[in-house]
Design a protein around this ligand. Sequence first.
Ligand code: ADP
Ligand code: MG
Length: 334
Amino acid sequence: MNEFALIKRYFERSDDDKSDHGGAVVQAPAQGVVQGIGDDCAVLSTDPDYETVISTDTLISGVHFPENSDSRLIAQRALRVNLSDIAAMGGQPSAFLLALTLPELNETWLEGFSRGLREVSDTYSCPLVGGDTTRGPLSITISILGTVPRGRALFRSGAQVGDTIYVTGYLGDGAAGLGLLDVPIQGDGSEARSVDYLQKRYWQPDPRVSEGLILRDYASAAIDISDGLLADLGHILRASCVGAELTMASIPLSAPLIDTGTKKEAITLALTGGDDYELCFTVPIDKVAMLELKVREGLLSAFRIGEISAKEGLICRDGSGTVVDFSDAGYQHF
Ligand code: ADP
Ligand code: MG
């Protein structure tokens, strides 16, 4: 099989293969793709009332996921983390490109990879519209596009003193799952279920796309948590020239995370571990009541964890109000 046959076989979609998998929610294909895979460029139509949000992420074997991992899971994670960037901007995903570097033409691997990609692509109505295929050490680069109504994108720079800080879900699960990837799931006891849940949270993070769309009406700033809450909230604080106080007891922790270690380990992973892909966002005081109504109505998942302050820096307080030091804040790439 040559490069072109490979692309056609694994990445081009005909209209009748759009629902060949069980489980995932299959929605109508995204609007606006004039030309997908097969020409020199993809062509997307643009609406003058919208802006394009665009982002790219690379996953390298042995660095961002263990070598010999299940290719279906690699694909799912690669697309999900890219969708998370669109979610953090309040964007609606439109389409993505895939630059794939493969050490060899392994059909079993490609079968799993393209299936994983399709499952996520269908769930989020975000079609693959082009890419590049080369030979070399395994690496996956996805570039993703989305849209927001003009002037409505969520930035890191909008937080104001007095804003309430929220996260959309449990923190620490992704980092815990990464630490447990080699642990086999044996039986269906509570320990096995916890490990299974945490591994899934690493491989299949939930990009908070629907939350991002709602947050356009409420949030003053937003970011997705890829490197740990302290590191990523730190980006909001620097971009917005403000500080923050966090209440550690309010940080949402999942039962499986607490079950697999001590409470202290859980909170440390929640604050400094990465790979959660929940959103962290800030809400001005006059919008807090409306936002919390949405939460009670079940339209949005959000946990209040602290407040934006004028004093520079990030302060964490424990239950008794004592300041706790977490100097090792988040994952550093170099
Ligand atoms: P070109 O030489 O013009 O860059 P290519 O021969 O690299 O085009 O690719 C042919 C077509 O297949 C293009 O539309 C390209 O976007 C698409 N393509 C290549 N690799 C992939 C891939 N891994 N996934 C999806 N589309 C791909
Ligand atoms: Mg090319």
